[in-house]
Design a protein around this ligand. Sequence first.
Ligand code: WQD
Length: 346
Amino acid sequence: MKKKILVAGGTGYIGSHTTVELQQAGYDVLIIDDLSNSNIEVLDGIERITGIRPEFVQLDLKDKEGTRKALQEHPGVEGVILFAASKAVGESVQQPLKYYRNNITTLINILELMPEFNMKGIVFSSSCTVYGQPDPENLPVTENAPIKPATSPYGNTKQINEEIIRDTIHAGAPFKSIILRYFNPIGAHPTAEIGELPNGVPQNLIPYLVQTAIGIRKELSVFGDDYNTPDGSCIRDYINVVDLAKAHVVAMNRMLENKSDDKMEIFNLGTGRGVSVLELVNTFEKATGVKVPHKIVGRREGDIEQVWANPEKANNVLGWKAEESLEDTLKSAWNWQLKLRERGIQ
Ligand code: WQD
């Protein structure tokens, strides 16, 4: 019999790609999502790719009773992947309580419900923001790099979430946990059936870049060219979203099949390659043949100068590696934008 996984936040950007990979690996998926930052049509995209429509419950995971009821009505869940969270850094500064309430209540509810339903493991979405700006000797960052004070309430919720999981496991919880620290996920499914759907004016680089390339935005602002990096622009580790999604399947298998004795493990998910903003714009132009009007403006407050992953632990221990090239990943983001235009969405 197929094993069933709860994907909390499964209609979102990373959640939808992970649902596809889980189904293709032979899992059944139950999605719970309140659709606060996603859209029911994502289920159609998932079904077009895999031929399988995941079970779906529209529900706010802060509602513990509602979540319990959903799990009773959709029995047999063996593990959970928790994506559902608010994730806009800027908004979190303006509305910190929304972030603390959403991101912390949801995790606590899930951790409390897991034993009731005999779930064996949780994969948690964390972020490289927990490292802040690593000291130069700690680049590329390993999982052992110091955790720096968070620079936003959003980042702080990720740190607190990790601590909540650590304390719960330490107290003898009857399940395992794997925390995945994502670097910068980008791109879309190669079929262009699912991808990222930003609300309003995009804050993140790739959505803004592709919207500029297609003419929705006039020009891309490159935030700073006076950083201490080879071309002066910031450096990040951009990871293909399908590669990222696959790591969740490996992590879930690892817990359900008891491949490790550790009850809590942490992995960086990145490519190991740092790419500057200007390099990224150039690579996009070369890969797609489409120009991206851009200008250099001042630095964005709160930006980290440079951070990229040492992904060796995930490579060696999980046997997972980022495979897609940056060129193909950027092409997938562009194809998704073209598809949105075709459908009259953006
Ligand atoms: C990338 C680079 C910008 C927009 C944030 C969160 C992180 C994660 C992903 C998840 C930076 C530059 C951007 C633009 C630009 N969170 N840039 N012009 O800041 O690395 O990470 O999103 O949900 O937790 O902190 O990502 O895509 O915003 O920026 O020059 O219009 O692109 O300065 O160097 P970031 P980003």
